[in-house]
Design a protein around this ligand. Sequence first.
Ligand code: E4P
Length: 216
Amino acid sequence: MQFFVDTAQADDIRELNGYGLLDGVTTNPSLIAKSGRDFRTVVGEICEIVDGPVSAEVAALEYEGMLREARTLAEIADNVVVKLPLTLNGLKACRRLSGDGIATNVTLCFSANQALLAAKAGATYVSPFIGRLDDINIDGMALISDIRAIYDNYDFPTKILAASIRHANHVKTAALAGADVATIPPGVIRGLANHVLTDKGLEQFLSDWESTGQTL
Ligand code: E4P
């Protein structure tokens, strides 16, 4: 499973990339607004830090506007993936951009039928939002499993990018359900390494090592 970090904060991206744990980055308009910085500058900076795919989302709702914005974003760097909303216009733009060789991420996916349409439109990635479904009492992980089964039935190459991940258990269940990628907030990625028994074991080992009086 690939790990993308879901943030527009360059410091977090630099740190996590330094651990060798990052395969890519996703941003969205809310994360860009939170950064308080110029969109194109931020995307360019992230693309220089990370070699893998960096998703940047269009803001237009109509087809021509989406294409214009997508091309502007794709010119920033070779690793930009254009994020398009799961609407009919977004799917139409996806089909056109895919034909032009531009990588796409169809976002705001909340049903298996929407994911089926994204695959038919030639999307590189589809982003089912697990956490937002959980928020309204719908099992987000069942959606990942359904999409996996459908894509496997027809050998669709579109990658399932589990999004809106809120905690470590989402990462585990997305991996079990066969998501190709998880896009994860920085704090959740760091937290995956934590275990109370690791801390306890390390404390004991260090104390025993000190008692030997040896050094390496
Ligand atoms: C995915 O690409 C989105 O940026 C993100 O995962 C949305 O997460 P949220 O529901 O926590 O805002």
